[in-house]
Design a protein around this ligand. Sequence first.
Ligand code: GDP
Ligand code: MG
Length: 304
Amino acid sequence: MPSYMFKILLTGDGAVGKTSIRERYMGRGFTGDYLKTIGADFASKSLNIENIDVKMQIFDLAGQDAYVSARKSFFKGGHAAFLVFDVQDPQSLTNLKQWIEDCTNFSNNSIQTFIALGNKADLVETRQVTSGMAVDYLKQMAAKFGITFYYMDTSAKTGLNIDTAFDIMARRLLNKRDHKLPIFEQDGVYEIAPGGGSGNVEKEVAAAVETVAQASNALIGGVLEEGEKNNERIEKLEKTMKKMIKKINLLEKKMDRVVTALRSVMSSSSAEDLEETSEPMEEEEEETAPKSSDFGVPSIPKKK
Ligand SMILES: Nc1nc2c(ncn2[C@@H]2O[C@H](COP(=O)(O)OP(=O)(O)O)[C@@H](O)[C@H]2O)c(=O)[nH]1
Ligand SMILES: [Mg+2]
């Protein structure tokens, strides 16, 4: 007997890969066929997470407008939703706003845990939505709805992050029921909280700046002491600083790209909604990410 049973919805526009994700997770593999889902379908899977039995009921909804009225009943009693978009299709990202609203309204607020999935990440050549664009869009949604999102890319084809997505979902749901399970930080998995939480990029910049500052202080201390033993330490710290500065420059570039990309997404989505909460990212960046020259080390010139 499972200790917990969770009703989890796969939402998102038609053809983003909801059925494929469910089938991949259920272990049936990837079929590669396109069959329009009619209404909803579901499957359940039993998990054991840190000795807690969990049964995941996974509902796979049709994204087609024709089924809007039939769909309403499927939101009832839901605990959580995956918000699936196709990384080749910016519109499927910006439509997530409507999916969030449907989840909230039709479930009478029982759905409070959301994970966004940028699916078809295997299609690198035709990809149009970068992770940075998705993070920034979700930041707007987090601020607007007061919801904390997780976001990661997936591929139903290669299996990328499929198990991870469901594992994190189960952990988040258990933690809302007073468990204290860790959700380990991993590359490409973003936590996007309303207000302060601003995704991994800014967190990484802040952490890198802090490390450089510490290394720089220690270095000055070391130079002043001028002890023989300190030379090794100084060298090590210098290396760390250089590494971190490189990282900061990379992250700065990433942020620039995010801002540019976001502008194009925002111009194609409802500008009014997004403007309300949008923050000038460039200003923030200057505060949190001082130029590497502040530390007396020449910065790597940016490619334009
Ligand atoms: N390359 C690739 N194709 C995918 C992926 N996920 C789904 N597809 C394809 O996209 C189409 C729609 O998938 P489907 O699961 O039916 O989407 P749904 O309407 O959201 O349930 C099908 O042709 C799938 O084979 C993926 O991760 N990578
Ligand atoms: Mg389907």
